[in-house]
Design a protein. Structure first.
Length: 154
């Protein structure tokens, strides 16, 4: 059975300091950083296009490979990473672009869903976080139970 890839990320960009400064403020080791004017290859390495980064970037990512409900992963991230850093995140979001990104590559199942209660929405607001959600439904939904219904319609 294929497993879904569930990703939750705290992303900060458009700042003028070294990304290490963001790490120090948040007391987190990022999973990805880059500096403005760094070169990178877009596309395949042999045929890719050399480009220059337009801004500084800092990211902390948590990935869960499972068919568990993605909401549990999101809730854990918010409880462990976001809530303990609410005040410093508010200071950061007042100055720089900051978002909570949720990405799901769904290989098993057919009904992704996210639910944010009032407490969670309040946390997003108090931190000044923007929310970015991308869901990629990559499953091959063939279920005999639904034969002749929506599952077989073009």
């Amino acid at each position: 059975m294929p497993k879904n890839e569930n990703i939750v990320e705290l992303k900060i960009s458009d700042f003028d300091t070294d990304p290490k400064h963001i790490s120090d403020l948040l007391d987190l080791n990022p999973t990805t950083t880059w500096n403005k004017r760094d070169e990178y290859i877009f596309g395949y390495k042999r045929k890719g296009i050399k480009k220059i980064r337009e801004n500084n970037y800092w990211e902390y990512r948590s990935t869960n490979i499972s068919n568990d409900w993605i909401g549990d992963h999101i809730e854990e991230f918010i409880e462990e990473i976001i809530i303990p850093r609410k005040s410093i995140l508010k200071e950061i979001t007042d100055q720089f672009h900051t978002e909570l990104s949720i990405v799901q590559y769904m290989y098993e199942g057919c009904n992704p869903g996210l639910y944010f209660d009032k407490k969670t929405i309040k946390v997003f607001n108090e931190c000044g976080l923007e929310l970015n959600i991308d869901l990629y439904i990559l499953s091959d939904f063939k279920n005999e139970k639904y034969k002749g219904t929506f599952a077989n319609k073009p």
